[in-house]
Design a protein around this ligand. Structure first.
Ligand code: ADP
Ligand code: ZN
Length: 526
């Protein structure tokens, strides 16, 4: 029988070569491994595909005892276990979907000390029976994968992760390594605090993925925009992200009608349906996965050639993670984000409606604002995105849409001033539609009732279409000159930025495409 500790005393790099078949450590792996070997707590920030698993798998084998890996997703665990078993490592996963036989086999092997690496869901790990049993065993390292799940600010918060702060009490002296692909400073701070590892070394890799070609465009006939990009990737794998379950079903059906091998994926599917969809995706066949954010963690298909967002993600972190599912093989891959003013207002509305405490809402709001700014930027998108993660790209990437074709802009100073004055004169409590109605002199009951048809701004923006004005609103929001002041989407001036524009002290360049598009499309109910 193989001994669990057969690699103790073997240098980590030899285990990397002989067990995993890699010639050398990559990037931060070596640093991370040697810190864990030395018994230190570590936080590793690495983009998806960066090679996080090696950081805990190698020390798990090289240190005496069994490696314990906390992971939030069953699919993810099962994948890793299967891969390790192929390498001759006795790995196992404890989670709620095990059948009785599996479960008793694992327990037998645990007792016999035969398991090299045990994957476990947080709720299972912290259940009294399991915790008691595991804490009596010798553990080489505790890895906390997808560690951003512990952060309530994050987009994938899992309350079960909170209880992980108690781990040191049960496994004293065992080094912990937390790993995540979410790098913003706020989440980082949260992870260290919530996992009670204030002294941990933080190792952060670059998040620049130079093979991702980032582009974003205002919505204007969504299905046409989506199929245009899919056409460039016939016979390949693509992911189309949507904001709601119903929408994935609708879009998938509509793509199938047009002959695309489209498949919907969302949290409302039965486990069997989910498994079938994942199986299709992983099999390597051509597929267009039309999915909500439920399709994410643990998806490891290297040859995804395009990621399209039909709806705007809620934060740059979520966006980065989702586009990061393209091009894991390092080959050039397309990403396209479609956005509209409605997306932005709706996202704000839901945020306002959420039951979260104000402090949390403020953080989510600032992430949303950063996301909006990213969609509207006329500068290098790759650089703007990396800035969100505290990383500076020395020069523009050269291959995002804005780098390849500089955005045509026009002098929108006059229009911006008109809009800001209309918002000011109507008392800073009405939504975009009403204000635009006032600018265009559109008679309505609320306009008459509030006496807005008597204002000096009434009808001064008649020569422009409603779409034009929507584009101006969105860009002034993106610029930070406007914000939502109430739950009805009421617009308010952000004085520091709005005042110089109103006084005519500042020129406002607006994107031409933003005031032209924004028509039709298969939008609606989510
Ligand atoms: P992450 O968890 O960060 O998304 P993984 O641990 O799944 O990344 O690794 C991503 C890919 O990189 C895997 O296919 C893995 O085989 C490969 N990989 C990891 N470390 C190395 C290395 N040192 N040399 C070569 N390839 C590696
Ligand atoms: Zn660029």
């Amino acid at each position: 029988r193989r001994s669990r500790d057969r690699f103790v005393g073997v240098p980590p790099v030899e285990v990397l070569q002989s067990v995993f078949g890699f010639p050398a450590f990559r990037g931060l792996q070596e640093d991370a491994v040697s810190r864990v070997m030395a018994g230190e707590d570590t936080l590793v920030l690495m983009p998806t595909g960066g090679g996080k698993s090696i950081c805990y798998q190698v020390p798990a084998l090289c240190r005496p005892g069994m490696g314990l890996v906390v992971s939030p997703l069953i699919a993810l665990m099962d994948d890793q276990v299967a891969a390790l078993r192929q390498l001759g490592i006795n790995a196992a996963a404890l989670h709620s979907e095990l059948d009785g036989d599996e479960s008793s086999r694992i327990h037998f092997e645990l007792t016999a000390g035969q398991i090299d690496i045990l994957y476990v869901s947080p709720e299972r790990l912290l259940s009294p029976g399991t915790l008691g049993r595991l804490s009596r065993m010798q553990v080489s390292v505790i890895a906390i994968d997808e560690a951003h799940c512990v952060s309530a600010w994050g987009h994938e918060f899992r309350p079960e992760y909170r209880a992980l702060e108690n781990l040191p009490q049960h496994f004293s002296g065992v080094p912990r390594i937390a790993l995540t692909a979410t790098a913003d400073p706020r989440t980082r701070k949260d992870i260290l605090a919530a996992l009670a590892m204030p002294g941990a070394a933080v190792l952060s890799a670059s998040f620049h993925r130079s093979n991702l070609i980032i582009s974003a465009r205002p919505k204007g006939g969504e299905m046409k925009q989506v199929t245009a990009i899919l056409n460039r990737h016939k016979g390949e794998a693509c992911i189309v992200y949507c904001g709601s379950r119903a929408r994935t079903e609708r879009v998938a059906a509509s793509l199938r009608e047009r002959g695309w091998p489209a498949c919907a994926f969302h949290a409302g599917l039965s486990p069997i349906e989910k498994r079938a969809a994942l199986h299709r995706f992983r099999s390597g066949e051509p597929i267009v996965m039309v999915a909500t954010i439920a399709f994410g963690m643990g998806i490891d298909r290297p040859d995804v050639r395009a990621v399209v967002h039909l709806d705007m993600p809620s934060s740059p972190e979520a966006y980065y993670q989702q586009i990061g599912r393209a091009g894991r093989d390092g080959l050039p891959s397309d990403t396209l984000l479609l956005y509209g003013g409605e997306d932005m207002t709706r996202a704000r509305y839901w945020l306002d409606q959420s039951a979260a405490p104000d402090s949390e809402k403020r953080v989510m709001r600032s992430r949303l604002e950063a996301m909006i700014a990213l969609t509207e930027t006329t500068a290098c998108r790759t650089r703007a995105l990396l800035t969100c993660f505290g990383e500076t790209l020395q020069k523009p990437c050269g291959h995002c849409d804005n780098c390849r074709s500089p955005v045509p802009t026009f002098d929108g100073t006059k229009a911006a001033r008109m809009l800001l004055s209309a918002i000011y004169r109507t008392g800073q409590r009405f939504g975009a539609l009403h204000v635009i109605g006032v600018l265009r002199g559109k008679v309505s009951e609320p306009a008459t009732r509030n006496g807005h048809d008597k204002l000096s701004v009434w009808g001064i923006g008649k020569e422009h279409s409603e779409n034009f004005w929507r584009g101006v609103v969105r860009q002034l929001i993106a610029r930070g000159a406007l914000m939502m002041g109430n739950e009805h989407g009421g617009l308010m001036l952000q004085n520091d930025i709005a005042r110089p524009i109103l006084r005519g002290e500042e020129e406002v360049r607006l994107r031409e495409d933003a005031v032209q598009a924004e028509t039709g499309g298969a939008r609606g109910g989510r």
